[in-house]
Ligand binder design. Structure first.
Ligand SMILES: Cc1cc2nc3c(=O)[nH]c(=O)nc-3n(C[C@H](O)[C@H](O)[C@H](O)COP(=O)(O)O)c2cc1C
Length: 169
């Protein structure tokens, strides 16, 4: 384990989830073969499902990161306490298909149990995929949400992952 981090339990996460995800964003990172990719995400959540502590994330089909999350058994969620917003904006605008964006961002990718995450993170959740499902047009009760967010019908895929490890600075 990286010496800058300590392991805590999901119950020890004190920070407000809505702030963490909705306001300060997270990086979703996964490995495929010998490559890694990451993207910024502001939608998702932490909770309890099937008596397990879980995180859920949503990824649009065109994201390069989707190939990585689909391939890997596990992904990480890195949180930065509202710092490095410029880097998160960059990693959330440019695709890893087009640029070596992790290197360009200046962030340091490291591994825990073969799952990539970032040394600069303040909190990291390591999640094992349990469930995957694509959002479907018919399932939107509020059609306005559908029309507003999916004019191109590029529906997110939902992933629910069990939080297997939490590292904190
Ligand atoms: C603040 C912010 C939040 C974002 N949240 C999400 C998200 O939750 N799901 C998603 O699919 N894309 C989200 N994006 C868009 C991706 O991060 C962006 O398209 C990224 O360039 C994809 O990179 P990739 O092609 O290397 O995977 C967000 C972007 C920003 C800037």
């Amino acid at each position: 384990m990286n010496k800058n981090f300590i392991e805590i339990t999901p119950n020890d996460i004190e920070k407000n989830t809505f702030t963490m995800i909705g306001n300060e964003y997270m990086l979703i990172t996964a490995k495929k073969d010998d490559k890694i990719n990451t993207m910024t995400a502001a939608w998702g959540g932490l909770g309890v499902m099937w008596n397990k502590n879980v995180a859920y994330i949503v990824v649009r089909p065109q994201r390069y990161t989707k190939e990585f999350v689909d391939f890997a058994d596990c992904f990480s969620l890195s949180f930065f306490n509202g710092e490095i917003k410029d880097k998160l904006a960059y990693l959330g605008t440019v695709s890893g298909r087009d640029e070596d964006k992790i290197t360009k961002s200046g962030l340091t990718a490291i591994f825990e149990d073969n799952i990539p995450y970032f040394e600069e993170a303040k909190l990291v959740l390591f999640c094992k995929k349990l469930f995957i499902s694509e959002f479907k047009e018919d399932n939107f009760i509020d059609k306005e949400i559908m029309n507003k967010n999916y004019p191109n019908k590029d529906f997110h895929t939902l992933y629910i992952g069990e939080i297997k490890k939490v590292l904190k600075k």
